[in-house]
Design a protein around this ligand. Structure first.
Ligand SMILES: Cc1ncc(C[n+]2csc(CCOP(=O)(O)OP(=O)(O)O)c2C)c(N)n1
Ligand SMILES: [Mg+2]
Length: 312
């Protein structure tokens, strides 16, 4: 039996039939790279990431506020999750066996909303309602407002701890889902991260995959000027985690790390994804002032023109 057929057989026991086509939509694509039992179309993912970047610029400029810098640095991470890794069904967001995704760095919600809209959770036109009164797309993800959001986040450190609780519950109930959690590198300054890290390895939460958007910057500057992070890999290893270090803009590396994470036994996994704040827009790259500020209409046009060059 081929890898794909075998994977389909296993998956079809747990996943509604309607989403099977979506899961394997990259199968017949031209530029194929093999990862385990699934193929991935990297050029398709790049196009999707480019669309998502443009949504991020448009929606934050329309709102006049928000967090574009980290949203742009984590675009490939979120795209890899929503368009290759996560077993979810946008038409059935409460499906019991779905993989859980928690955006612990809740301020990065523009990239999450853009990916969810592109994946079919809600209409793309709704992206223009970001941060508007009464909108479902609040300035930080709100579980009560938007189906598909697993837990409300925004207070740094908390989403990670909820993700750990969900992984523990999944393990206790013998569930097949994996819990994925995206954190910021500045978020590592929170004490609750390290309490959670100890707890997760103590309970051998192999169904937990954390990802750190390591863009080197946070709200007020470089983290080595605020609270030194290094040696981060050694710290997580000392806390009992399996650590994978990757280029966070390289789909091949990201997806292979996420696939490898599924094979690790008895340990939670953290992927340290090296990224660039503001990635994709030359005048935003590596500048912490874009952590939490929207572009003016004029600058947004410039940014969209740059992104339009490798249009998707
Ligand atoms: C508990 C808590 N303290 C402070 C904040 C305010 N805050 C939001 S994002 C942020 C910086 C986080 O840095 P990082 O995780 O690196 O995100 P990036 O700047 O790269 O987007 C801070 C201090 C918060 N949301 N929660
Ligand atoms: Mg950061």
């Amino acid at each position: 039996m081929s890898g794909i057929k075998y994977f389909k057989k296993i998956i079809s026991k747990t996943q509604p039939k309607t989403s099977l086509n979506k899961i394997f939509k990259y199968k017949s694509s031209i530029q194929k790279v093999k990862f385990g039992v699934k193929s991935v179309n990297i050029s398709e993912l790049k196009k999707t990431a480019n669309k998502i970047r443009k949504h991020i610029i448009r929606m934050t400029t329309e709102a006049g506020s928000g967090h574009p810098g980290g949203s742009l640095s984590s675009t490939e991470i979120i795209t890899a999750l929503y368009f290759h890794i996560l077993r979810q069904n946008p038409k059935d967001p409460e499906w019991d066996n779905r993989d859980r995704f928690i955006l612990s760095a809740g301020h990065l919600c523009p990239v999450l909303y853009a990916a969810m809209a592109e994946a079919g959770y809600f209409p793309i036109s709704e992206l223009s309602t970001l941060r508007k009164m009464g909108a479902r797309l609040q300035g930080h993800p709100s579980r009560l407002n938007l189906p598909g959001i697993e837990t409300s986040t925004g207070s740094l450190g908390q989403g990670f701890c909820v993700a750990i609780g969900m992984a523990l519950a999944g393990k206790m109930d013998n569930k097949e889902y994996t819990v994925y959690c995206l954190m910021g590198d500045g978020e590592q300054d929170e004490g609750s991260i390290w309490e959670g890290a100890m707890f997760a390895s103590h309970h051998k939460l192999e169904n937990l995959c954390a990802i750190i958007d390591y863009n080197g910057l946070q709200q007020d500057g470089k983290h080595e000027e605020i609270i030194k992070l290094e040696p981060l890999k050694k710290k997580y290893e000392a806390f009992g985690w399996f650590v994978i270090d990757v280029d966070g803009h390289d789909f091949a590396q990201l997806i292979s790390a996420m696939e490898e994470a599924k094979t690790i036994k008895d340990k939670p996994v953290v992927i340290i994804a090296r990224t660039i704040m503001g990635k994709g827009v030359s005048f935003m790259e590596n500048d912490y002032q874009w952590h939490g500020k929207a572009l003016s209409k004029e600058l947004a046009e410039k940014a969209l023109a740059e992104l339009g060059e490798n249009n998707a």
